[in-house]
Design a protein. Structure first.
Length: 198
């Protein structure tokens, strides 16, 4: 039993007996043994540095640059490759109706270098509404055609669904209030003059 214990101790030693310097130890030298320590005959290593505590691994929701599982990566690629469903004037009207209960007018407006979809305060069911139902539907379809051209359909769908439930209307001072949804549309470049029609 004692022989077995001494064999174990001998197999665990890092350097052969009598080896006090890296030169004597050869390839068995301790990694922290420096030339200065070896010259002084010191076998004690340098002072240990305090390392910062390890950071917890960021979740995939916090850090989008982290590796994704193969299932998540496949879902991400499918979303990129799937065609975006075009929006129609009828769907636009239904989104507005589902959200606020009336058929509000929908317009596009350019302010500065940004394009906005405005859900206006006037609606089809008002007696004073200036458009007939056919004109209103044609107006919504024209807006939908631009949204499809600019490929911002999903932004509009989400913007209407997530908008304030209070909706457009008149403020206490008699001013009108619209719901504005900013659209990611590039209005710069050689054809920027076309945007002056909005």
């Amino acid at each position: 039993m004692a022989a077995a214990a001494s064999t174990c101790r001998a197999s665990l030693s890092l350097a052969p007996a009598g080896a006090h310097t890296p030169a004597a130890a050869g390839r068995w030298a301790l990694p922290w043994a420096s030339a200065a320590g070896a010259a002084a005959g010191s076998t004690r290593g340098p002072r240990r540095q305090r390392l910062p505590p390890p950071r917890a691994a960021a979740s995939s929701s916090d850090d989008e640059s982290g590796p994704l599982s193969s299932r998540d990566e496949a879902a991400r690629l499918n979303r990129l490759l799937a065609p975006v469903q075009p929006i129609t004037g009828e769907e636009l009207r239904q989104l507005v109706l589902d959200k606020w209960g009336v058929s509000y007018d929908v317009r596009l407006q350019k302010r500065g270098s940004r394009i906005y979809l405005h859900v206006m305060w006037r609606y089809l069911e008002q007696k004073s509404f200036p458009l007939t139902e056919e004109e209103y539907e044609a107006q919504l379809q024209a807006v939908a055609d631009y949204l499809n051209l600019w490929e911002v359909q999903e932004r509009v769908r989400a913007g209407i669904r997530n908008a304030n439930k209070r909706g457009p209307g008149y403020t206490g001072g008699g001013n009108a209030r619209a719901i504005s949804i900013p659209l990611d549309v590039d209005t710069s470049g050689g054809r920027s003059g076309e945007w002056n029609t909005f």
